[in-house]
Design a protein around this ligand. Structure first.
Ligand SMILES: Cc1cc2nc3c(=O)[nH]c(=O)nc-3n(C[C@H](O)[C@H](O)[C@H](O)COP(=O)(O)OP(=O)(O)OC[C@H]3O[C@@H](n4cnc5c(N)ncnc54)[C@H](O)[C@@H]3O)c2cc1C
Length: 381
């Protein structure tokens, strides 16, 4: 009997998983014992970290995309469609269009996270963001026209994609305005929901003094509940107000209705065992990447490392062996710190990161990694 592995979502998590698994079980696929199917709701694979550089004119949204067909192993069947429902009793997935339901023996959910600016009244009208292709291009236009006033970068709720992109933006903006001779006319403020500059204590201890050195104001315990686009004021749950001339937010995020409707996680993120990535509420269902409710950041590197662990596990499962590989929460993130410098953090479920002093070498390493990312997506790196 053929073991059918179905993967939903062709981002970092789903692509690395499908490619790595196809390589590991190449003989079984060749022999007709295993089938791997990857479903994505678009033809393109998107590398979202590129969007950080678009407002500063260093990249375009087109640089972030490659056809999935060029990245996915020829032994994987690629379906371009949107999964609308999962039935974990019947072990099928359904589609938006006319395609018939697809049966699975092992289902991997890797649908990522969505941004929902509309969740905060006034935010879509009054603010910009760089968490989507069109939005980041609009922000580039707004930044190019901005020559004086108050720029506010506000993190609106957690979890959000990439633990460090919110820190990177004001530090890059500081350098960008300095290089243009505008910095003296521009005030920059960074706001964060809890009582320090970042959720990870050691990152907060590193970022706070650096923001201070770069003359970036830091407001903590700051939870916007609405934006007044006419008056250009942020209003917080705590009863505070902050005026802005250019608002850049990290908008609220949400998981997927498909997850909620299938009973796999009340809030749209899949409840999973952090080590095995098995769904808590259904058999033979796994989740990884941003859609999984894991005690680590929603980061591409976490998606990548979890995918290679899960590929090992699934290779054992389809061969009828006991899986032994476990995901330890490994996550590695570069952090652009402006002035053509960067640092990085590496951590897992058990250990906190220690950011190193920023350097030009690490900045160039980050840019180099961004170029070689396509090999990661292919499952080569
Ligand atoms: C601006 C920005 C900067 C970032 N910088 C970094 C960084 O420096 N380092 C880092 O590690 N991470 C970074 N990240 C985070 C990183 O991009 C994500 O963590 C990563 O993309 C997660 O991979 P994923 O496969 O889980 O989700 P995604 O990459 O979002 O892929 C999910 C895929 O599933 C598809 N899909 C969704 N629903 C369905 C459905 N119902 N049916 C079929 N297909 C579906 C989507 O279209 C998409 O192709 C950044 C993110 C942003 C936005």
């Amino acid at each position: 009997m053929t073991e059918r592995v179905v993967v939903v979502g062709g981002g970092t998590a789903g692509s690395v998983l499908a490619n790595t698994l196809a390589d590991e079980v190449a003989d079984e696929i060749e022999g007709g014992d295993v089938e791997v199917t990857l479903i994505n709701d678009g033809e393109e694979h998107v590398y979202k970290p590129t969007w950080l550089y678009v407002p500063f004119g260093e990249k375009t949204p087109a640089d972030a995309k490659r056809p999935l067909a060029d990245l996915i192993d020829r032994r994987v069947e690629l379906l371009i469609d949107r999964v609308s429902a999962v039935d974990t009793d019947a072990k099928t997935v359904s589609f938006d269009g006319a395609r018939s339901d697809l049966a699975y023996d092992h289902l991997v959910l890797a649908m990522g996270a969505q941004v929902t600016p509309e969740e905060t009244p006034g935010l879509a009208e009054g603010g910009h963001h760089f968490y989507g292709p069109a939005a980041t291009e609009e922000l580039r236009e707004a930044l190019a026209e901005f020559t004086e006033g108050h720029l506010v970068l506000s993190v609106i709720g957690v979890p959000h994609m990439c633990p460090v992109a919110p820190l990177e933006f004001p530090l890059l903006a500081d350098t960008w305005f300095r290089e243009r001779g505008l910095r003296e006319d521009i005030e920059i403020t960074y706001t964060y929901p809890i009582n320090r500059a970042h959720g990870i204590q050691s990152v907060a201890e590193w970022a706070g003094p650096l923001m201070n050195e770069r003359d970036v104001n830091v407001e903590t315990f700051f939870n916007p509940e609405r934006v007044d686009p006419d008056e250009q004021v942020l209003h917080t749950v705590e009863g505070r107000e902050l005026s802005y001339d250019l608002l850049v937010s990290i908008p609220p995020h949400e998981g997927s209705d498909v997850v909620r409707d299938a009973g796999l996680g009340d809030d749209g993120w899949v409840d999973v065992d952090p080590a095995t990535l098995e769904a808590t509420n259904a058999e033979d269902v796994y989740a990884l990447g941003d859609i999984a409710d894991l005690p680590t950041s929603k980061a591409g590197s976490a998606a990548h490392y979890a995918a290679t662990s899960l590929a090992d596990r699934l290779a054992s499962v389809v061969r009828g062996q006991r899986p032994t590989t476990e995901y330890d929460g490994k996550t590695v993130c570069f952090i652009e710190s402006g002035e053509d410098e960067a640092t990085y953090i590496a951590f897992d479920y058990e250990s906190e990161p220690t950011p190193k002093p920023p350097s030009k070498l690490i900045h160039w390493s980050k840019l180099g990694y961004n170029q070689s990312y396509w090999l990661t997506a292919r499952g080569v790196l």
